[in-house]
Design a protein around this ligand. Structure first.
Ligand code: AMP
Ligand code: MG
Length: 537
């Protein structure tokens, strides 16, 4: 028997700058349509039939200064399922466009996200609270505006896992079952199924995307581009000063640098976003829209989890840096009319590759425990490492944790190949099948690496501590998340709670959770949801 939760009279404070200061549409018939000269449309969430809170993130609640008894109240469940609107809110869906898989797709917009408003916390920070899966909006096109449980679990767990890894991301406050059933064809192959609907409340300082600018430029609504850009600068980049031409260029530079930081951080932990369309790129450099993402298990730069991208591999792990640069070029095009000329933006874009390379090299130095990255030797060392990582299937996360155990005080020339490779054997998926040439190449690389470490002269413990701070032991492995989903679909939410908890300390050794750092089991290799995901969610 479930006991009825208590209502709460905790007062939430909102200051809805986005809807107050930018042009929008007032509520009309909630039907799919093209929305012109408006950054948003006012729309109300769908009534959930039987909301039931599965989990909330206490760290996000703290960020918003929500007291615990509010988070465990009936009122919380009602608000964050879309059942209860407060008079201080101003619910709306925002308008944006985007390039999808390299092609201009026109108007997209929040098709299944409804922003409740900007919550003001005790530090006077504005946090936009957004319900994902709370019903249709004018931007839903042919979609139903809903989200299923499996994709909502993936969004909730990954947002928070990324945050605790130290990677910029939108946050997830809560995951609530709506009680509604949702029809989905998971692989678009004619196998429709009714699934449980769910709503995730996301929080971010802003959800403005590259595509938020693109849509207005594409429609020649230049005044709206300017309003949105000025708004972004005034509220999210106030340190850049009052908007003018040089400020706009500084804004673009800031977006470039934060995007580079985000993508390099993905590369550090083996995260593949899966759908880096320009509508899924935040101008704050936050990881946003957790759809068919995945985590590298066997190291493979060409890997993409997204079945829609199986042919092109446009959004594969190794392409993410280039794609981010391409997306920034589309953002630059969108603001050319505001700057009045393309050249200064082109000059900033030309620096992208240099900044990306330098950020990537710093990241690799940290992963390898080097004091700093020195050209050209370390480039050669890393190129050689890339090669040996693809010789036989090797687990990326385990490899770097094991590499931290290498003893740099030995004379590697005195060690046999087998002795040198021994500490890494657990990282291989099929150690018994390692060929002689693979063993020789790997041992030779380790010899080079040890000599390189000896140049720095750090002691083993110090180096291991640094490396383990950059190489997570626990990531949201695709199969771990799928196990939590399978159990949740059968009504057991304990694994969601366990993963959420465990992933708060991804760099620590957690003895009780050793198995959560293990390689992907064979059953998960080709299992839907583990290695193959679609945009259907
Ligand atoms: P995505 O690439 O998944 O971020 O989605 C691209 C566009 O499709 C966005 O405008 C989404 O809001 C919209 N969309 C995705 N799923 C749905 C859905 N179930 N109902 C309505 N719109 C959706
Ligand atoms: Mg999206």
């Amino acid at each position: 028997m479930t006991t009825k939760k208590k209502n709460s009279n905790y007062k939430l404070q909102f200051d809805n700058r986005f809807t107050r200061l930018l042009p929008g549409e007032s509520e009309q018939l909630n039907q799919p349509r093209q929305v012109f000269q408006a950054c948003y449309s006012r729309v109300k969430p769908l009534q959930p039939s039987q909301p039931a809170l599965i989990i909330y993130a206490s760290e996000v609640a703290e960020l918003l200064n929500f007291p615990t008894d509010f988070c465990t109240s009936q009122t919380f469940e009602d608000i964050f399922s879309g059942k209860l609107l407060l008079p201080e809110m101003d619910p709306h869906a925002s308008c944006y466009g985007g390039h999808q898989f390299g092609h201009w797709a026109g108007q997209l917009g929040d098709g299944r996200a409804i922003n409740l408003g900007e919550l003001l916390n005790d530090s006077h920070e504005h946090w936009m609270l957004q319900l994902k899966g709370a019903g249709p909006t004018p931007y839903s096109r042919s979609g139903d505006g809903l989200a299923v449980l499996r994709s909502s679990i993936r969004e909730f767990l990954c947002s928070e896992a990324m945050f605790h890894l130290g990677i910029p991301t939108t946050r997830a406050l809560s995951l609530v079952l709506s009680g509604n059933k949702v029809m989905r064809d998971m692989f678009y192959d004619g196998h429709k199924k009714l699934e449980s609907g769910a709503v995730v409340c996301r929080a971010a300082r802003s959800f403005i995307r590259f595509g938020s600018f693109q849509i207005f430029t594409a429609r020649q609504e230049i005044k709206t581009v300017q309003q949105l850009l000025d708004h972004s600068i005034r509220h999210d980049f106030p340190h850049l000063g009052e908007p003018d031409k040089s400020c706009y260029l500084n804004w673009f530079r800031a977006v470039t640098l934060s995007t580079i930081h985000m993508v390099v951080e993905w590369m550090r932990v083996g995260f593949v976003h899966g759908v880096m369309n320009t509508d899924n790129m935040s101008v704050l450099g936050l990881t946003i829209d957790y759809g068919p993402y995945g985590w590298l298990e066997g190291y493979d730069p060409d890997w993409t989890p997204n079945t829609t991208d199986r042919e092109m591999h446009r959004y594969s792990f190794g392409n993410q840096g280039d794609v981010a640069g391409w997306n920034l070029a589309r953002l630059a095009e969108a603001i050319v009319p505001i700057i009045g000329e393309a050249e200064p933006l082109q000059a900033l874009l030309n620096e992208y590759a240099i900044h990306y390379k330098s950020a990537w090299q710093n990241m690799m130095a940290n992963k390898l425990g080097l004091v700093s990255f020195t050209e050209p030797d370390d480039s050669q060392l890393v190129d050689a490492l890339e090669k040996i990582l693809t010789l036989s299937e090797i687990d990326m996360s385990i490899f770097y944790r094991k590499l931290a155990n290498i003893d740099a005080t030995i004379d590697p020339e005195q060690c046999s190949d087998s002795q040198l490779i021994a500490p890494l054997m657990d990282a291989y998926y099929t150690p018994a099948t390692l060929t002689e040439p693979t063993k020789i190449a790997t041992a030779n690389w380790l010899r080079r690496y040890i000599h390189r470490l000896q140049q720095d002269g750090l002691d083993n413990i110090k180096r291991k501590t640094t490396m383990n701070r950059h190489n997570p032991k626990y990531v949201l492995r695709n199969y771990l998340c799928q196990i939590a989903i399978d159990q949740a679909e059968a009504g057991d939410y304990s694994e969601i709670h366990r993963l959420h908890q465990l992933l708060k300390k991804p760099y620590d050794e957690q003895v009780d959770y050793e198995s959560y750092a293990s390689k992907r089991p064979e059953w998960a290799r080709e299992r839907a949801g583990c290695s193959m995901l679609s945009c259907s969610s």
